[in-house]
Design a protein around this ligand. Structure first.
Ligand code: SAH
Ligand code: AVI
Length: 345
């Protein structure tokens, strides 16, 4: 379904105080909410190590909690990456070229792209996110701020988007993938995902990607165990979202947030640990959870320059330019298709 920002695209509740008339936004809903999400959720909960896909963090409340995380003093990735983008916007624009079609999978609030837009002047900006209402609101806000910018917002599950979405304008494709969202995939999934993005690019396209770097466990664990407990609320909220989607009856009060750095696998792991012996049900299905047992909700992989280079290379890309902060906490890279690679179609 494709619609303008006002009118047909508004939520079923009708115009709210946040809705404004903007002509430079198209909103396409590819309905990532249909399909067998219930089955996917239940089968994750029936594994020996119970797990929930981290994409289920992002209902409206989850997206809002994530925005709060980005402002926490402990959560260094967002402010560090913002600083890198701000300081190097011109050099990044030179890599991307002017009037490209800038596609952002997992765009969230579209905050970071604002730091590039004036240097980049893209022909169109394509934010893509699974969190429909949040995407719509963010796109409308950006369109108001930048009336010259053509925005084509697409609600979709980017991991299932094998081909580029239809109906985008002509022009060089640049994929903007900040936030180290790639880090939420296992390395083998990350390679498959980047490889797939490679098929969206014309030969001259590129990927501007943010990657979180390996660092001391203390800094990492502090970032995912903030003092105000916002990350804990974000983690626990996944249960409310899957209750709504799959008709489950989790009580979030029966779980505790647990996040630690797995030094062997270079990843933060987030879990929800059961405080009691409990049974959660959906129709005839019963899921037994023992006291102390965990549900694995997220991995957040951290890379070295060398290990990320290896991921890029294995996906058919080479790194044209890299930027980092003084302390090398975070990095941003511009990737181009490796023309010598056999992976090129
Ligand atoms: N790019 C932003 C937001 C990162 S948070 C930044 O750097 O700050 C990750 C975003 O990806 C969230 O907005 C979430 O809703 C979205 N997301 C996660 N998994 C997704 C999926 N499978 N398909 C589409 N969007 C997804
Ligand atoms: C979106 N993603 C890259 C964040 C991360 O750091 O892995 C999600 C997050 N989880 C806890 N805090 C933030």
């Amino acid at each position: 379904m494709i619609s303008r920002a006002r009118g047909a695209s508004l939520p079923e509740t009708g115009p709210g105080p946040d809705d404004v008339q903007v002509d430079n936004v198209i909103f396409s809903d590819l309905h990532p909410r249909v399909g067998n999400r219930r089955l996917e959720i239940i089968s994750g909960l029936q594994k020996e190590q119970k797990s929930i896909d981290p994409k289920y963090f992002y209902d409206k409340r989850g997206s809002e909690l994530f925005e709060q995380i980005t402002e926490l003093p402990e959560y260094y990735p967002t402010r560090t990456e913002r600083q890198i983008l701000k300081s190097n916007a011109k050099a990044m624009a030179d890599c991307c070229g002017h009037e490209c079609v800038l596609i952002e999978p997992g765009s969230g609030s579209s905050e970071k792209v604002r730091l590039l837009l004036d240097s980049l002047k893209p022909a169109a900006y394509v934010p893509m996110d699974i969190s429909a209402d949040f995407l719509r609101r963010s796109a409308v806000q950006l369109a108001e701020e930048k009336p010259w910018l053509n925005i084509h917002a697409i609600c979709t599950d980017f991991a299932k988007q094998k081909k580029e979405p239809k109906g985008l304008p002509e022009g060089k494709r640049v994929i903007f993938y900040p936030g180290s969202t790639l880090g939420n995939m296992r390395p083998s999934e990350a390679i498959g995902f980047l490889e797939n993005l490679g098929h969206w690019l014309n030969r001259d396209g590129g990927v501007l990607i943010g990657i979180d770097m390996h660092k001391s466990s203390r800094i990492l664990e502090t970032a995912y165990n903030d003092e105000q407990g916002v990350t804990a609320l974000f983690n626990l909220n996944i249960l409310n979202n899957i209750n709504n989607i799959a008709g489950l009856n989790f009580n979030a009060d029966n779980f505790a947030h647990h996040a630690f750095y797995n030094e062997e696998k270079y990843r933060i792991e987030m879990h929800l640990v059961s405080k009691v012996n409990q049974v959660v049900s959906q129709g005839d299905i019963e899921i037994t959870i023992s006291r102390g047992e965990s549900i694995h909700t997220e991995n957040s992989y951290k890379y070295t320059t060398g290990s990320f280079q290896e991921i890029a290379r294995s996906s058919g890309f080479s790194i044209r330019s890299s930027w980092s902060d003084e302390q090398q906490l975070f990095s941003v890279h511009y990737l181009e298709l490796d023309c010598g690679s056999e992976k090129q179609a």
